[in-house]
Design a protein around this ligand. Structure first.
Ligand code: ACO
Length: 436
């Protein structure tokens, strides 16, 4: 980051001396005011719950311009990556900063493929879960448990350990998600097939059985690969910040990524794709498109607590570029599977149309986010609703690791330790229990 020519001056109305604060510039996007010495200079903290105005780190990985609806991975627009590159190339880009040439891609794919199996003990670990356990509960446990299996890659301060744990996590996530699914339906686990693509192998592990091969349909394979590309990273979102904060204590990479999985589960974040599809199914049960008007009234009524899931975003205040790409994929998949008249897709389109014309949504700059369509695609592919967020976690793993490794390599990184504005009781004495 570069020191800007100007500086910020903070003055106080009570006569306390004003302080000058340095301003830094990134390569693009808002400048930042450096408040690191503020407490030492003034005895005050800043207050910013939800990090609405706080840059928690410097990063060179992903850039979002929410007003323009722009998303760049290492400078490349998401539209170009989604159209011209596959997920393995995207992983290489996020981890190492450059798109691979043919030789580098072949080597990277080979490296990842070598690590797709999980330790055989893992299946016994799975057995401890109820069959109806939520896949994200299982994933939180399994990803954390990886640190118990791969002791040779748990030192976050060792670059070789970080590299090998990154490859292991990217390689093993599809295997773990598919195992969580197979466990829930009582089918035997399918071993990975390394000659298949990353997405193709995931489809195989999900849908093949020992008695019947799964023939990978290239349209479905490409759609899933696109879901992975679109979800691969999204700068300092809640789960990525969780991974950074967790990793800042020096914990091992598997534990830090498990924290990211846990955070992603929430319906305001990765759980939105599941919540969105459940919402569409609920409206469908209530009467479908004819009930959209009634549902929208509930959404606009603040007391109802009902939100239009898959709409709105903390950063995108124009449109989510991923939603456009996902809508395109949604149409392709439904056409390939002969589901063009899928009632949930029609319902989603009707909801989107009404919302985009409604003053409530327009004035609040609420647009469909990627999850509005990704659920419909996944459902059409045959992925159960409860597994949607686990698929998101699979795709986001590379982003989490790239961000974690970037943080560890940053000489300015410190353990994350926010401050607070204390509003509780001031010091008081404990009375004997008989006198309370
Ligand atoms: N439905 C109805 N109203 C909404 C919605 C929605 N989906 N999203 C925001 N609003 C309203 C809020 O009630 C608020 O109204 P107000 O100004 O009258 O109080 C206004 O729009 C601003 O919303 P905030 O909640 O302040 O925006 P914030 O940036 O904090 O939240 C969030 C963003 C959490 C994504 C929110 O839009 C939401 O809950 N959306 C639904 C869940 C969802 O789809 N999440 C997926 C995010 S994308 C991802 O994780 C891949």
């Amino acid at each position: 980051m570069k020191l800007a020519d100007n500086k910020a001056t903070l003055s106080f109305s009570n006569g306390s001396p004003s302080v000058d604060l340095p301003v830094y510039q990134g390569s693009v996007g808002p400048d930042v005011i450096d408040i690191r010495k503020l407490y030492a200079q003034t005895g005050m903290f800043t207050y910013d719950p939800g990090f609405l105005s706080t840059a928690s780190c410097q990063s060179a990985i992903t850039y979002i311009d929410g007003d323009k609806g722009e998303l760049l991975y290492r400078g490349y627009p998401i539209e170009q990556l989604a159209t011209n590159c596959d997920f393995m190339e995207t992983c290489h880009l996020l981890l190492y900063g450059n798109l691979p040439d043919v030789a580098a891609k072949t080597a990277f794919v080979k490296r990842v493929s070598n690590h797709t199996m999980v330790n055989e003990q893992m299946q016994f670990f799975l057995r401890g879960f109820r069959r109806d356990a939520h896949p994200m509960a299982i994933m939180t446990g399994l990803v954390g448990a990886l640190s118990a299996f791969y002791h040779d890659s748990t030192d976050i301060n060792n670059p070789e350990h970080r590299e090998i744990s990154a490859i292991r996590l990217i390689a093993k996530m599809p295997t773990l998600v598919a195992m969580a699914y197979k466990y829930s339906v009582g089918q035997p686990y399918m071993y990975p097939k390394n000659e298949l693509s990353y997405a193709g192998n995931f489809l195989h592990m999900m849908f093949a059985t020992p008695c019947a091969d799964y023939v990978v349909n290239p349209v479905i394979e490409r759609a899933l690969d696109r879901i992975f590309v679109l979800h691969a990273d999204h700068e300092q979102n809640a789960s990525t910040s969780t991974v950074r904060l967790c990793g800042s204590s020096g914990t091992n990479p598997f534990a830090a990524i498990a924290a990211g999985v846990a955070c992603l589960w929430g319906p305001a974040h990765g759980g939105a794709n599941e919540a969105c599809l459940n919402m569409l199914e609920d409206i469908q049960k209530m009467g479908g498109i004819s009930k959209v008007g009634h549902f929208m009234e509930q959404v606009k009524d603040k007391n109802s607590g009902v939100k239009l899931m898959g709409f709105g975003h903390r950063v995108y205040k124009n449109y989510d570029p991923r939603a456009k790409l996902m809508q395109e994929t949604c149409k392709e998949v439904l056409a390939e599977l002969g589901l063009e008249n899928d009632p949930l897709f029609k319902l989603a389109m009707a909801l989107e149309k009404i919302a985009l014309e409604d003053e409530y949504f327009v004035s609040r700059k609420l647009y469909p986010n990627v999850d509005f369509y990704s659920g419909i695609v996944q459902r059409a592919i045959g992925i159960p609703v409860g597994l949607f967020t686990a698929v998101f976690a699979l795709a986001r793993t590379v982003g989490w690791i790239a961000q974690l490794n970037e943080m560890i390599g940053d000489p300015e990184y410190k353990i994350g330790r926010p401050r607070q504005l204390f509003t509780g009781s001031v010091s008081r004495d404990v009375l004997p229990i008989s006198k309370r």
